[in-house]
Design a protein around this ligand. Structure first.
Ligand code: F0G
Length: 471
């Protein structure tokens, strides 16, 4: 049921709302600043929300990465860290948690997701190879390119249309993938890079049917499939809600089946696994495991800690168990849907359907008068901060970067401002404040001017680029 239908029902007798399966034990104060303070802060930050100090932010929706609140059980687990250099017992807990929830055989811990992306890209990509995937992610593609590969987008075309209502806009276009394989030859395909959910498309899920069919297609050509499992629990929730035959299955069972169609996964544990730092890589092939276990000691740390402290691995092992619980995922995604539905009800253009980890504002439809090379989504992100101290992130032309072959801007179809919701951190009242601020910025849209880039770093420019307001 949609949230608006839900609210209508609320006026009737017999209403039953969902609520978070926890209560709050500890709080952290946050402060509203003045508009004048925020003007100074955003100019100092070069109109880039990554360059703001978090103390200058009121409600921080920059990312859902590493920003979750841990549970009392996780904090208790931190106290039982076994800080041995080798063979920490917490590593074995983590290994067991990954095996039982995701089902992969071998585990390599890393300090966070991009550490895992680095290792798998180095291990599997030879220079000149192609890595097809369901839309790029910034750090994932960067590591694929640094290993000598080139990324090929094979996501369904609906993913590029922010108002297309399809339920599984993260699916791989199998026809597109098969023609790519036939055109280039299977030996030129390093592996398929599958993400569930798809961050840059707005947190859109992949269906189980698509994962199963992808497996069959890749088996015919002898190509492997590796999963970016960063937000796989949220993906599983959408399968449970939207795909026939899965309504009575647990998130855990759905995750297990889905991962079974893949050969391994890399993970930014800072998202679905409910920790502030951590990552992992897990595979089924013993030879690949052997290579990865050797590589990890060069870049991350010994193969039984990979850049994490023992206590971090313990919190992570517990976080995996909590993160896959149905009640948790339902209220986590439910909060995102609540914010999205408010904006939809007010006629504000956002990516639909609302995704799993955040609400994505469609900057093209906010600012049809600002051309893409004047950075509409960067502008919108700054305007929202100026209005209320709410911090989001650009996910458009700045994030897309430049084509390494031509050096020209990449012009992505989606020009979005992402409001990512940290897990177990904010309340419904915070969501109301955010929605009201987005509405104020939308109402003032006609007078808003674009930006020019005045500093551009070489890699992943969105993190550190600086801008000035156009006259
Ligand atoms: N894959 C996906 C889908 C991600 O969203 C991220 C990080 C990574 C890999 C890399 O993981 O940050 O632990 O090194 N996404 C963050 C975000 C930064 O805000 O969406 P990491």
């Amino acid at each position: 049921m949609s949230d608006s239908a839900f609210r209508t029902m609320g006026q009737q007798a017999g209403r039953r709302s969902w609520a978070e399966p926890w209560k709050i034990k500890m709080v952290e104060p946050i402060f509203m600043t003045s508009r004048e303070d925020r003007e100074g802060a955003i100019v100092d930050a070069g109109f880039n929300t990554f360059l703001l100090r978090s103390e200058d932010v009121y409600i921080d929706l920059l990312t859902d990465s590493g920003t979750s609140a841990m549970s009392d059980r996780q904090w208790a687990g931190m106290m039982s860290g076994d800080e041995a250099y080798a063979g920490s017992r917490n590593f074995y807990h983590l290994e067991e948690a990954v095996r039982s929830v995701y089902g992969y055989r071998y585990l390599v811990p890393t300090h966070q997701g991009r550490g895992a992306e680095h290792l798998i890209s180095q291990a599997l990509i030879s220079p000149g190879q192609i890595v097809p995937g369901n839309m790029y992610f910034t750090t994932t593609r960067m590591h694929q390119e640094l290993a000598g590969g080139s990324f090929a987008d094979v996501i369904v075309h609906e993913a590029h249309d922010p108002s297309d209502p399809s339920p599984f806009k993260g699916d791989v276009d199998l026809g597109k993938l098969e023609s790519l394989i036939q055109r280039e030859g299977a030996e030129r395909i390093a592996y398929v890079s599958l993400a569930g959910t798809v961050n840059m498309a707005g947190g859109q899920p992949v269906s189980m049917a698509n994962a199963r069919a992808l497996r069959e297609l890749c088996d015919r050509y002898g190509i492997r499939v590796y999963l970016d499992a960063t937000r796989m629990f949220e993906n599983a929730y959408f399968i449970q809600q939207r795909e026939s035959g899965y309504g009575d299955k647990s998130i855990r069972a759905i995750v297990h089946e889905f991962c079974g169609y893949t050969d391994g996964a890399w993970m930014s544990a800072k998202k679905d696994n409910l920790v502030n730092i951590g990552g992992w890589l897990a595979v089924n092939d013993p030879d690949l495991f052997d290579r990865l276990r050797n590589l990890v000691v060069i870049y991350e740390g010994l193969h039984t800690y990979g850049g994490m402290a023992g206590r971090d691995m313990e919190a992570l092992a517990i976080g995996i168990g909590e993160g896959v619980e149905d009640d948790h995922v339902r209220t986590r995604v439910g909060q995102v849907q609540y914010l999205g539905q408010l904006l939809i009800d007010w006629g504000i253009p956002i990516v639909q359907p609302v995704g799993g980890h955040g609400v994505f504002l469609d900057a093209r439809r906010f600012y049809p008068h600002i051309p893409q090379d004047q950075f509409p989504a960067q502008t919108l992100t700054a305007e929202l901060y100026l209005d209320s101290g709410v911090r989001g992130m650009e996910r458009g032309i700045v994030s897309a970067g430049r084509d390494p072959a031509t050096g020209a801007h990449r012009y992505p179809a989606l020009e979005l401002t992402r409001l990512a919701i940290p897990r177990r951190v904010y309340t419904q009242a915070h969501m109301d404040v955010v929605a009201e601020s987005v509405k104020a910025v939308y109402d003032a849209r006609g007078a808003t001017r674009g930006l020019k880039m005045v500093y551009e770093p070489r890699y992943l420019r969105f993190f550190q680029a600086r801008f000035e307001r156009l006259p």
